[in-house]
Design a binder for this molecule. Sequence first.
Ligand code: AMP
Ligand code: GLY
Length: 421
Amino acid sequence: MGQKVLVIGSGAREHTISHTLLKGDTVSEVHCAPGNPGMESDGIKLVQIDESNHAELIEYAKQNGIDWAFVGPEVPLIEGLVDDFEAAGIKAFGPNKVAAQIEGSKTFAKELMERHNVPTAAYATFDNLADARAYVEAKGAPIVVKADGLAAGKGVTVAMTEDDAYKALEDIFVDHRFGAAGASVVIEEFLEGQEFSLMSFVRGKEFWAMPISQDHKRAYDNDEGPNTGGMGAYSPVPQIAQSVIDQAIETIVKPVTAAMVDEGTPFNGILYAGLIATADGPKVIEFNARFGDPETEVVLPKLTSDLGAGIWALLNDETPVFTWDDQRATLGVVLASDGYPVNVIKGAHVPSIPVDSDSHVYYAGVQRDGDHLVANSGRVLLVETTADTLQAAQDKVYAIIDSLETPGLFYRHDIGAKALK
Ligand code: AMP
Ligand code: GLY
């Protein structure tokens, strides 16, 4: 009999992780807390426990013979869920609370990078409006304003003018738009270049890099509109040369994982490096302490080895095997509720989506309503396709989505366009 795994989280990322675990031979059951009802058609068992309820999650794992847990989202990682599982004698894959600060605190990440000469945007931190304004005045635009702490990717303003930067600062310090997350602000140099995401399985100083991918953070076509959690992704990213990826591994992933061990906060789990390929080489815009969403939905379908076996090896100090399909391309497009990310209008009918064996629907913000699903948050689902080329993957995803009736939902029409120009 295979292993039973408890996956924590409810998004398309956790759907992908769960589905990929079930594809391998090692894991026979995935229980997902709280999951979403779109996952059930893939044989994932839903567990009605909130991701913040550590005690109940531990109790559930004990009662149900769970072999190990996988913590998907940042909030439970930063709140120490992995520490709590381990204290209860349950193996859990993900960074502990101190290591998760690489995502939870931009100041922690920035200071670590500064101490170890890891290339990143120049920055300064402020806890009041007057000093922050003075800095913007001195530096000029374009400039980037980020609420410290977690704001689900929405606390960032890339200000093309000084006025935009002042407005962002007022949102944070005067209107408290990001609550406690806005108690301090990081103001960063604007980095110019193509963005890419480099995720790795990490155990202390050892790491296994995954194929890179590119997210689309802005809500609308041509990178217009507000920043979102991500509207679609694809892999590979042919406009990023292999030499740039190698350089990112050498100058970013290797020193950061080593530094975390040397400084007493070793990282175990998925380390996500959000990078910009600048004229001076790759530089860090952010680290996440988890799989990216939607990047996971286009990266894990390329895994040709058994995900459960790989993670089990990592958890047991054995050598894991991770192999990838580096011939074919993947592309995924998010369907979001109208109004996302500013004023989400919930309740849209989620159409049933016809897919073949090279395509998959990964669900996120859905709930059951009779015999169908309805949207209950911003990002609703992602349609992913694997094909011989990016162009073929893009054509196929849009052939699927464009054929749907999607009142109340919207999507970008240009996912992958930067690679296909
Ligand atoms: P973050 O939440 O830090 O990933 O920022 C959200 C998005 O803002 C990123 O994906 C980039 O598109 C953009 N961004 C963040 N920092 C910078 C920067 N220093 N220079 C240019 N763009 C940035
Ligand atoms: N797609 C970016 C993230 O997961 O934070």
